[in-house]
Design a protein around this ligand. Structure first.
Ligand code: NAD
Length: 328
């Protein structure tokens, strides 16, 4: 990005959809995961606080990618009452980018759609690198805002023939059925034991106790556990995490705020049992080694993903001549 001498670039939330798509987000996220594993990019410790107002969780995720020269943070979080009370989505966030040479702020970018795109990109990177090539049935646990993005992007990465879904609130299942139908695939609502039919399972809920148990999953399945991004949250039983080969975006987050926190706490796995997905992308970890292995990607969501997609958006806005600049 070359805009620092010309003021801050502002890309409002409403402009993002016309600038970046699922494919560009996938490339940005895959590349920053690889940079993390090479040691070229690192995340700062996450701040995430229950603010005692509107049941909101608010915080900051930041980092520095030396290879992409992206420095900054995403500020925001999760307001569970937004949709019902105000017709707003529950996630609200903004990304700020800074010039790594001077510390001057460079850009302010709407982070809501970007969060959904970079999170969907993350599970899809795991599917590309860890799911069996012959995967046919995609299982969805969750049917909220993120789930629709997760499903739409995942369908690009294997030749899925069917989507099955379970949600704690069954009335929300039409949200994901619609995406499957748009893609020309049959959709079936199942109970949790019905997930044994799935070759790939994406879990993206705000649950604080496990839904997916070891006997709900067949050998050879790839699980992308995407909802657990805070201490105390849980979607997958610790016994299933212990049974799987575990990969993550960042090990420090996986063991503290990710799905692996519970298996770590009960001692059934240790930190050394978890590998970075970036190592698989870079070819320094072999990834899946057999058709029977259960692989689990603990997608905790790192600040560098947000910076990667936001930097891409700013570049695209400048390139297309639609960047709004403000003196600062
Ligand atoms: P949403 O409010 O739109 O949907 C919430 C989903 O969770 C729904 O499917 C709902 O039925 C389900 N749910 C609610 N209570 C449940 C319970 N007790 N047990 C099981 N399921 C339950 O939220 P969203 O925007 O789709 O986000 C879903 C989750 O994903 C949140 O927890 C959010 O923090 C997390 N998230 C993670 C990342 C990441 O990078 N890992 C990024 C964005 C969001």
């Amino acid at each position: 990005m070359t805009a620092q001498s010309e003021g801050i670039v502002i890309v409002p939330e409403g402009a993002i959809a016309d600038l970046i798509d699922a494919d560009a987000s996938f490339e940005a996220v895959e590349s920053v995961f690889a940079a993390m594993s090479r040691g070229d990019a690192y995340n700062f410790p996450v701040i995430r606080e229950a603010i005692g107002h509107e049941d909101a969780l608010y915080g900051f995720k930041g980092g520095f990618d030396k290879s992409g020269m992206a420095l900054g943070l995403k500020a925001g979080g999760y307001w569970p009452n937004n949709l019902e009370k105000r017709g707003l989505i529950n996630h609200q966030s903004t990304v700020f980018l800074f010039d790594p040479d001077t510390g001057k702020v460079k850009a302010m970018v709407g982070g809501n759609l970007l969060t959904a795109l970079r999170t969907a990109a993350s599970s899809s990177v795991s599917i590309k690198h860890l799911a069996r090539e012959d995967s046919k049935v995609l299982g969805m646990i969750g049917a909220g805002h993120q789930a629709t993005f997760q499903l739409r992007t995942a369908l690009k990465h294997r030749n899925f023939e069917k989507v099955i879904g379970w949600n704690y609130h069954p009335d929300m299942l039409p949200n994901i059925e619609k995406i499957a139908t748009e893609a020309g695939l049959p959709f079936e609502a199942v109970d949790l034991p019905g997930m044994v039919e799935a070759d790939v399972i994406i879990s993206i809920t705000s649950a604080f106790s496990a839904s997916l148990m070891a006997d709900h999953v067949s050998p050879g399945t790839h699980i992308a556990a995407m909802g657990t991004d805070t201490k105390g949250k849980q979607e997958v039983d610790a016994a299933l995490v212990a049974k799987a080969t575990v990969f993550t975006d960042e090990i420090a987050q996986s063991i503290s705020i990710g799905e692996a926190q519970h298996a770590i706490a009960d001692g059934s796995i240790t930190e050394s049992d978890i590998a970075e997905i970036g190592a698989v992308i870079n070819g320094t970890h072999k990834g899946r080694t057999s058709a029977d292995e259960i692989t689990l990607f603990d997608g905790t969501g790192v600040g560098l993903q947000d910076l990667a997609v936001a930097a891409k958006v700013v570049d695209l806005a400048v390139e297309k001549g639609v960047a709004q600049r403000v003196d600062f």
